[in-house]
Design a protein around this ligand. Structure first.
Ligand code: SF4
Ligand code: SF4
Ligand code: SF4
Length: 348
């Protein structure tokens, strides 16, 4: 009897990521500037606003601008705090979060162009057989606060302080000044302008130097470390704030079937230890990008699931695990096809 065809989640995800890489980075060229402008206002993405060919702007741009121009400058004018300030901010948040409440963390695993580029580079590293550098549970936990500091300082505080007139104008979009996507996605369109380090002022120079350094480090590190920038990305923190509201989510219930084999953590591009050791809200961690690899590599039926509302849209199964592990190890490296895929595969 022929086996039922198993849905290859990774392949589907790669197809969606490739589509969105095209839309977010080259969309403006494909659909024309008029339509690109419309898409940009409705599709939240980490596609850089400095990319002249894009069709979707990063959501962090309007947030920084509103901190800078609306909140900061209005506080500076003392007493002019009114609904007219908060309505635009609310509108920005609502329009993005209507999307975010549906997609939430899946934005990272399925849409973000910088996330996709990092994944493709890691695949290239596997193809070249470069050594893998995996973060330990302790290292993962130590790095986690950095993304919250990035969000608080670069997206909220510095733009706000710029509006209040405490710091130079260059800090009005502080996160965009250092964001590696500004270099990586513009380079994809053969635009090298963002590589230049401005000498207009000391802060412009500092930001430009950090940006170039960060982009270079991310591009090199991604060959051997999975998703190096994602671990400190403020967008990951921003999504985590709304994780509990998310319609699309990862579910791992307390289950006698889970023997803590650790395969899910080894498959996880963010090296999340909690997915193998915990359940419930702790297993659906703030670092999760909803890529679904843990579900693909979990050998126990139904222990890990991707859910849309109450509906289970993808669940771990022994059959999927056996099929996925034939060619690929949980860490993403390739292997020769197994002659007999059985329990032994789980122990690899
Ligand atoms: S964490 Fe940041 S860089 Fe990584 S996929 Fe998400 S938005 Fe993109
Ligand atoms: S792979 Fe599945 S069985 Fe193994 S630790 Fe993770 S959830 Fe538990
Ligand atoms: S926990 Fe699972 S879905 Fe989340 S990032 Fe890790 S492998 Fe992907």
């Amino acid at each position: 009897m022929s086996r039922p065809k198993i849905w290859n989640l990774s392949r589907l995800r790669l197809a969606v990521q490739t589509l969105f890489l095209g839309v977010t980075v080259y969309g403006g060229t494909i659909v024309g500037p008029y339509l690109a402008d419309k898409i940009s206002k409705s599709l939240p993405a980490l596609s850089c606003v400095f990319d002249k060919s894009n069709a979707a702007y990063c959501v962090l741009i309007p947030l920084q601008h509103q901190m800078h121009h609306r909140v900061g400058e209005t506080f500076a004018r003392l007493g002019e705090l009114s609904l007219s300030i908060f309505i635009p901010i609310l509108f920005t948040l609502l329009s993005f979060y209507l999307f975010f409440v549906i997609l939430n963390k899946a934005f990272c695993g399925w849409i973000c162009p910088l996330g996709t580029v990092q994944e493709l580079l890691y695949k290239l590293g596997r193809y070249l057989d470069l050594a893998i550098h995996r973060l330990t549970g302790l290292q993962v936990r130590r790095v986690r606060p950095v993304k919250w500091v990035m969000l608080l300082v670069l997206v909220f505080l510095l733009p706000l302080a710029t509006g209040l007139g405490y710091v130079p104008h260059a800090a009005g979009d502080a996160y965009c000044q250092v964001c590696p996507s500004r270099i990586v996605t513009t380079l994809l369109t053969a635009d090298t302008e963002q590589l230049a380090v401005s000498r207009a002022g000391w802060l412009d120079f500092l930001f430009g130097a950090i940006r170039a350094l960060l982009a270079g480090m991310v591009l090199v590190a991604a060959l051997t470390v999975r998703q190096p920038f994602c671990r400190i990305c403020p967008m990951l923190a921003f999504h985590a704030l709304f994780k509990r509201l998310a319609i699309l989510r990862l579910v791992k219930r307390e289950h006698g079937k889970c023997d803590r084999c650790d395969l899910c953590t080894r498959a996880c591009p963010m090296d999340i230890p909690e997915i193998s050791t915990s359940h419930g809200h702790t297993a659906f961690n703030e670092d999760c990008t909803l890529c679904g690899r843990c579900a693909e590599f979990c050998p126990e039926d139904g222990v890990i699931q991707l859910k849309f509302g109450p509906a289970s849209i993808y669940r771990s199964s022994r059959e999927t695990f056996l099929q996925r592990s034939r060619r690929e190890k949980p860490d993403g490296s390739y292997k020769r096809p197994l002659k007999s895929a059985g329990r032994g595969a789980k122990d690899e």
